[in-house]
Design a protein. Structure first.
Length: 166
């Protein structure tokens, strides 16, 4: 693996995206008001997701494949990693649906805050749906598979001199 600025920044963003969820779990215990707690957790969760996607774009496919292989080796108990295969249309639809629906709880949380639902049981509900949304986002990326990673990476590639700029 190369050790340029892109890989260092990508690893830093990947670490931030993982550590940020731990920080978000500690925010409710810091004694802030309910509204401030939800705003902090929402902001941290959103920035973690953005950092995760940016780290994928910066690190590239070889690093992600290496990381995925290490995770599989850790959980698979020494079973060889299966070669990448195409996913079914149903799996693709489920993954895209989960990816899109993972954004919905942020709007629900905003509306609850706008309409002043800041009692403790509302705050616990908001935190729960935000954490479930983050889990759904990460799960959807794994459901969509390796080919989706490749297409996602192409979103962040500069087309260069091959195309004419408008």
């Amino acid at each position: 693996m190369q050790t340029g600025w892109r890989s260092r920044l990508g690893i830093g963003l990947l670490i931030y995206s993982c550590v940020g969820y731990g920080v978000a779990a500690l925010v409710p215990f810091m004694g802030f008001s309910g509204t401030v707690t939800v705003i902090f957790i929402g902001g941290i969760s959103l920035s973690c997701e953005i950092a995760f996607i940016a780290s994928i774009a910066l690190l590239g496919k070889p690093f992600i494949e290496m990381l995925k292989a290490k995770c599989k080796a850790w959980f698979a108990w020494r079973q060889p990693a299966a070669p990448a295969r195409l996913i079914s249309r149903r799996r693709h639809v489920i993954g895209i649906t989960m990816l899109i629906l993972s954004c919905l709880p942020y709007f629900i949380a905003e509306f609850m805050l706008i309409f002043d639902h800041t009692q403790p049981h509302h705050i616990r509900f908001i935190i729960g749906i935000l954490l479930a949304s983050d889990a759904m986002f990460v799960t959807s990326l794994f459901i969509l598979g390796e080919k989706f990673w490749e297409r996602l990476k192409k979103l962040f590639e500069w087309p260069g001199a091959d195309t004419t700029s408008a």
